[in-house]
Design a protein around this ligand. Structure first.
Ligand code: UDP
Ligand code: MG
Length: 318
């Protein structure tokens, strides 16, 4: 019998939290009426994590252990986990450091049963340093302000996804992955539930500053056309300045005749051609953007529900 729900848990050097993670998941599975599997993904750990994982998966068939060939990073590890998860109804994505309480499954699953396809967690309070917290805070607001789709504020990858949402994600071939953005892009009915993000159980955060920046880049460049539009706007602005400067100098020339020779023409040509060049770059950017969207190969649309000949088609949420 296939499991109804899969947990997908990426692990990178998490030997210190592993026993706690397993205990919490076991307790949860023991008291849940649903059939649950746990997909553990070893993202090229160099500690005891892979050994713990294989011991567990050999002894307990509810655990599915996946070992990646090297360290690929959190988003790719999740992608691998989503690809193998067999849950027929829903897939729960959590971090392996117990910052996302697995017990929220009960509450999330109830929402899924109400007809939502995505139940994502909204971090109410982060128990992390001030610097990291404010960086996250600013980043999410910045991304929301430039993004072409609505990405909910303060939500990470922690979410319960319906089978059909995961099927769509698995069919999105884009190479640089920003899963929380893809999740929003997919649409259907989504709801956010607040929770308090716990501190990491043990060990250190595996995301380095560089990796966080990289994630932020993926968020910005995969889900916003703004950077390219910005070039064009900058160009138009520069041209505007050039014209204002031209008019001003013509005015000074005819009424006061105090315009310096040479210098004025220099500045004028400089701003004029900077503007023209920026606009030209923006135009090229538009074509690159279109190629980029085409290359991502996302489906053009997804159908949420259908009524044909007076009959609603069965909802295929899994
Ligand atoms: N992780 C991973 N590969 C990596 C880095 C992290 O699979 O290259 C996992 C890690 O083991 C954890 C989750 O991704 O389960 C989140 O990582 P972390 O706690 O370091 O991120 P943060 O909570 O600081 O965002
Ligand atoms: Mg963490």
């Amino acid at each position: 019998m296939l499991p109804q729900i899969s947990f997908v848990v990426p692990l990178y050097n998490e030997q210190a939290t592993f026993p706690h993670l397993v205990k919490r998941l076991n307790d949860l599975m023991d008291r849940s009426p649903e059939r649950i599997e746990v997909v553990l993904i070893d993202d090229g750990s160099r500690d005891q994590t892979p050994r713990f994982m294989s011991d567990l998966a050999l002894a307990d068939s509810r655990y599915h252990a996946l070992f990646l060939s090297r360290n690929y990073g959190h988003q790719t590890a999740l992608t691998a986990g989503l690809a193998v998860a067999r849950g027929t109804e829903a897939i729960m994505v959590i971090d392996g450091d117990l910052q996302d309480p697995p017990e929220l499954l009960t509450q999330f699953y109830a929402k899924l049963k109400e007809g939502f396809d995505v139940v994502y967690a909204i971090r109410q309070k982060r128990k992390e340093g001030v610097l990291k917290r404010s960086a996250y805070y600013l980043f999410y607001r910045f991304l929301a302000s430039i993004s072409s789709i609505q990405i909910p504020l303060d939500s990470g990858d922690f979410a319960l996804l319906s089978r059909r949402v995961v099927d769509v994600m698995n069919r999105m071939p884009e190479e640089s992955r920003y899963l929380r953005g893809m999740r929003s892009w997919i649409g259907f009915r989504q709801i956010g539930l607040p929770y308090e993000r716990d501190e990491r159980m043990a060990g250190e955060a595996k995301y380095s500053f560089k990796m966080l920046l990289n994630l932020a880049y993926n968020g910005i460049f995969n889900f916003s056309e703004y950077p390219i539009k910005f070039i064009t706007r900058l160009g138009v602005g520069t041209l505007g300045l050039a014209f204002i400067y031209l008019l001003y100098n013509l005015y000074r020339k005819f009424f006061y005749n105090d315009v310096p020779q040479g210098f004025t023409a220099m500045i004028l040509l400089l701003t004029l051609f900077s503007g023209v060049q920026l606009i030209a770059l923006g135009i090229i950017g538009e074509y690159v953007l279109r190629t980029f969207f085409q290359a991502k190969g996302r489906p053009l649309f997804l159908i949420r529900d259908q009524i044909v000949e007076g009959q609603p088609l069965p909802d295929n949420r899994g």
